[in-house]
Design a protein around this ligand. Structure first.
Ligand SMILES: [Ca+2]
Ligand SMILES: [Ca+2]
Ligand SMILES: [Ca+2]
Ligand SMILES: [Ca+2]
Length: 341
């Protein structure tokens, strides 16, 4: 009965959200990474939010190395991604423009970029948040969370804008996969001494402020990995991938959702996926749905398939919609409203 009640109030809430969000118009695009071209390393592609066909368009050049983790900017004019060690920016919806390198090197690899509009003195620039092993004197070389400002006229990092965002606690542990959560908070994966947990903290122009809140860590959650956090545009909802503890699920990941103010219990939004991994979720325009990658077996196949992209209501109501269908790894959706030329 408790489960029934929970889904009833979720249904009511989603209905209200749909009513107040009815001015949000579709025509969105989803950028994602895929190794679908036999000629080439994994690249970034873009498709309609309704999925394929028509076939997705390649966004990055064939002579670029293996690239991952696309992120469309707030105004849908730029696409950021990483090579595993460098973060690059190109025009969106493109393709054809010359990409520019923003940050990263072999010695200080940077990846997992997220972007947020940053307005100062009336000028609209970009905050980027990313994972990097930039050395900190006297401290172990681990992945930390950094923020920098991108001058959007010059398309380069503002000199002196690099800020360390991850905590000084647990210095020996990696911190990764940051994402902005509204205009003044961010989330990331924190490797606690028990297992991966999701942390959340406020920031201002000088860096992180206040006390960080961490969820799903500690002895009660030992052995349960919590990864790939992402927030709704207003920062009220957090979606992430959580490895199931129920043995029936074979330890696979599901997408979970929580309110960042903990006003309601957090819940599993893909509970019917015992045999597959659902990871890398991202909220769509209007914050009504999430897109994610799933290796759910294709019909008639006995074991986990390659990853395909899906979208569904974050409440779990209704059925997921499959967006890609092939034998290749389609991952890391970034979903934004786009006005096509
Ligand atoms: Ca955990
Ligand atoms: Ca699953
Ligand atoms: Ca696929
Ligand atoms: Ca497939």
């Amino acid at each position: 009965m408790r489960g029934t009640k929970r889904y009833l109030w979720l249904f009511v809430l989603v209905t209200v959200m749909i009513m107040v969000s009815s001015t949000v118009v579709g025509d969105g695009r989803i950028a994602f990474s895929s190794d679908r071209e036999a000629c080439c390393d994994p690249a970034i592609f873009s498709m309609s939010e309704d999925g394929e066909p028509p076939p997705a368009i390649r966004m990055t050049k064939t002579d670029e190395p293996s690239v991952h983790n696309p992120k469309i900017t707030y105004d849908s004019t730029k696409l950021l991604y990483d090579t595993g060690s460098e973060i690059w920016m190109t025009d969106f919806p493109g393709p054809g423009e010359t990409p520019v390198k923003l940050v990263g090197s072999t010695n200080s690899p940077a990846r997992h970029v997220d972007a947020l509009e940053y307005v100062h003195d009336g000028k609209r620039d970009l905050y980027i948040l990313f994972t990097s092993r930039i050395p900190v004197p006297g401290e172990p070389l681990v992945d930390r969370i950094w923020r920098a400002t991108v001058d959007m006229d010059l398309e380069e990092l503002v000199s002196g804008s690099l800020v360390l965002m991850s905590p000084v606690e647990n210095l020996a542990f990696d911190q990764k996969h940051p994402a902005f959560c509204g205009d003044d908070h961010f989330v990331w994966v924190h490797n606690s001494s028990y297992d991966l947990e999701i942390c959340y903290r406020e920031f201002d122009k000088n860096g992180p402020i206040g006390v960080m809140t961490c969820w799903n860590g500690g002895p009660a959650d030992q052995g349960v990995a919590d990864e790939y956090p992402t927030c709704s545009s207003n920062g009220r909802l957090l979606a992430w991938a959580r490895a199931e503890v129920d043995p029936e699920y074979n330890g696979t990941f599901d997408i979970w959702v929580r309110w960042t103010d903990d006003s309601f219990p957090f819940f599993n939004t893909t509970p019917g996926t015992h045999d597959s991994n659902e990871i890398m979720s991202e909220f769509g325009p209007g914050d009504l749905q999430v897109a994610y990658a799933s290796d759910e077996p294709a019909a008639g196949e006995p074991s986990n398939d390659d990853f395909e992209l899906y979208k569904q209501n974050w409440s779990g109501a209704g059925l997921p919609v499959q967006l890609t269908d092939n034998d290749d790894q389609d991952l890391s959706p970034s979903w934004a409203p786009v006005l096509l030329p």
